[in-house]
Ligand binder design. Structure first.
Ligand SMILES: *Cc1c(COP(=O)(O)O)cnc(C)c1O
Length: 395
């Protein structure tokens, strides 16, 4: 197999070598159960507490406010379901957005079957939540606002500080799914009035199957997984010690390299966007032009099926992602692309490219040239495109 150009870092990332190095001893030498009392266990316990401290530092949080989970999805489920349970005497209304990850949206649907009312906020054409609409949606019974920090498909970053302030002023808890934003953009839980925050290791060059929920001190959030007394009795189960150690190392690495790394990613991202929009006709950029994740570009190509484009890119060693929920076996266009107002046929022709710190300008040039060729070829086989060209010649 030839060289692989991996531009699907929003789906998952490669574990960084220094992260793997940090983890390895916790599989072999330091294998004790952190809950045991002998010296071997103390090594494991120290690894867990160091990981917790490294993560808390990135957020401006206290270590005891970080609760490890089995990933971003569990953290999202926990935040919503536990809040609905703990605050049911105050109310039964949750506000979220139409462009959340399915870990939020499907949890909201579950809660709706159990007496919770959910408002799904619209977003504008760039994928930004409208603050006026948020204010109008607030009821006396609203217990939680959950809006993602940055969108995993179109990269748009939300006005999190403003949303946090609105929640705070109204005495409503604020949760944010920061799986895509943690380690990519600066986050401070106090400055942004964040009460709960979800994150996941494998999106920041850490291991898969480990995440955390930040829970502000004083919240009534109860355990979601019942069993032992781990994680201050709020999340049972023997700790994923190597995972936590690796996650801590990945968080520290992401924070230490953030400025330099994202500067380089933004330059390459903008170069990619510029070339694609200039050289491929009937193409649009999805998501906010500037207020977006440093490594995210998302395009829609008219008269193209995203799936065909992906398969042909794979043939050239390029890993990318489309705007269709092909995992479900169906080809429903992405709820995010529909929410920003794209018609079905345009949403179907979408392509997400997410860069890493290893991506080079040569990679981008190779990828743009490949996309150009493939889009031309697919369009030349499209009867719709043929009709379109004929019609535009007549006019
Ligand atoms: C990947 C992702 C999740 C899910 O995280 P897992 O660790 O894979 O469970 C949740 N939210 C967003 C925005 C994501 O990108």
């Amino acid at each position: 197999m030839g060289k692989i150009i991996y531009l699907d870092n929003a789906a998952t990332t490669k574990t960084a070598p220094e992260v793997l190095d940090a983890m390895l001893p916790y599989f072999s030498e330091h294998y004790g159960n952190p809950s045991s009392i002998y010296g071997l266990a103390a090594e494991s316990k120290m690894g867990v507490e160091q990981g917790r401290k490294q993560i808390a530092e990135v957020l401006g949080a206290k270590p005891e406010e970080i609760y490890f989970t089995a990933g971003g999805s569990e953290a999202d489920n926990w935040a919503l379901i536990a809040t609905a349970e703990a605050y049911k005497n105050k109310g039964n209304h949750i506000i979220t957005s139409k462009i959340e990850h399915h870990a939020i949206l499907h949890t909201c649907e579950y809660l709706e079957k159990h007496g919770i009312e959910v408002t799904y906020l619209d977003v504008d054409e760039n994928g930004v939540v409208k603050l006026e609409e948020l204010k109008k949606a607030i009821r006396p019974t609203t217990i939680l606002i959950s809006v993602m920090f940055a969108n995993n498909e179109i990269g748009t970053i939300q006005p999190i500080k403003e949303i946090g302030e609105i929640a705070h002023e109204n005495g409503i808890l604020f949760h944010t799914d920061a799986v895509q934003a943690f380690g990519q953009v600066p986050i401070n839980v106090d400055e942004f009035h964040i009460d709960m925050l979800s994150s996941s290791g494998h999106k920041i060059n850490g291991p898969k199957g480990i995440g955390f929920l930040y829970i502000r001190k004083g919240l009534k959030i109860r355990s979601f997984i019942h069993g032992g007394a781990q994680e201050r009795k709020r999340r049972a189960g023997t700790e994923n010690v190597p995972g936590i150690v690796g996650y801590g190392a990945a968080a520290k690495r992401a924070a230490d390299t953030m400025e330099q790394r994202t500067k380089k990613e933004i330059e390459l991202r903008d170069y990619l966007i510029e070339r694609v929009l200039k050289e491929i006709p009937y193409t649009r950029l999805n998501g906010h032009r500037t207020n977006r994740l440093p490594n995210n570009a998302n395009f829609s190509f008219q008269f193209i099926e995203g799936e065909s484009l992906l398969i042909m890119l794979d043939g050239k060693g390029i890993c990318a992602s489309s705007g269709s929920a092909c995992t479900s076996g169906s080809l429903d266009p992405s709820h995010v692309l529909l929410a920003i107002g794209l018609p079905h046929e345009i949403a179907h022709g979408s392509l997400r490219l997410t860069l890493s710190d290893e991506t080079t300008k040569q990679d981008i040039d190779y990828v743009v040239d490949a996309i150009k060729g493939i889009v031309e070829r697919l369009r030349s086989m499209s009867p719709l495109y043929e009709d379109f060209v004929k019609a535009s010649k007549r006019s």
